[in-house]
Design a protein around this ligand. Sequence first.
Ligand SMILES: [Zn+2]
Length: 332
Amino acid sequence: MKNEVLELRREGIFCPAGDFYIDPRGKVDRALITHAHSDHGRPGHNSYLCSDTCKSLLKIRIGKDAVVESLPFGEKIKIGNSLVSFHPAGHILGSAQIRVEVNGRVWVVSGDYKPQEDQTCEPFELLKCNGFITECTFGLPVYRWLPEEKIHQQINEWWLENKQDDKPSLLFSYSLGKAQRVLAGLRKEIGSIYVHSAVYPFLEHYEQAGIKLPQVMKIERGKEYDFNGSIIIAPPAVEDSTWTRKFRSARKGFASGWMAIRGARRRRNLDRGFILSDHADWNGLIDVIKGTGAEEIKVTHGNGDALTRYLGEQGMNCSILSGASIRGEEEE
Ligand SMILES: [Zn+2]
């Protein structure tokens, strides 16, 4: 990809007019970051620019000494000969689409996004643009999400059932974004809520941003707890670790868009899968892409074959961003 606004370099998406990269993979001087997930906000760049609510979350990930500047959503600044602004992506707290304007031409880099409702982050904003670089983690028609309150209800019912059977409920969800979204939907009158130490550091930043979360207890190493009837939120990375062994009697669940795939739950030896994703589903991707009115669409993050074929059949100029990484299951 190379156009008047953006081009793809070895380090990632680059804007020559502003001399900055967006979510670069390689080390660069100036990085504009869409959100604080580790496959977008990486450590080691000389300077960072992100949204105001992203800043404290990003610093947890890349180190508190990193040079991070931030902008409120919607505010336009000049960087070199480009005009830049951040707009809510609805993916996790502080997640942004980055709008770049050069000589009147506008490209938007979506980062990860979802147009669905989520009470733990700023709602997605649809932007008009000439070119749109879209993620497509769940770019197949099989991915269709239910409203989040339905999933919250399923989780609460599962928790209550397990409590009535005198069992703890161990629910795996990604530590930044998904865990907080799950927490926000829990009915605290059912029982005690515990979180793994990887989830805990983000919570105060959510509360500072005005997101309402229930009271939780952090699980400390070496302490004894009575987990029966409680729910424990932990990242999927600890699923097969010694940490999880103390929950032998627990019912285990996983909240993720990947739970929509038949067999994904059984393969992981889980009792329940809850289909809750922080990415756009198939219809969400199509609605947003069409809504931008973009003349050119580039697809990244995921297998974009089905989506580019579908949009191409409708006469849209859509292709896969060549050289972009194909992401696996680890970051959602
Ligand atoms: Zn993400």
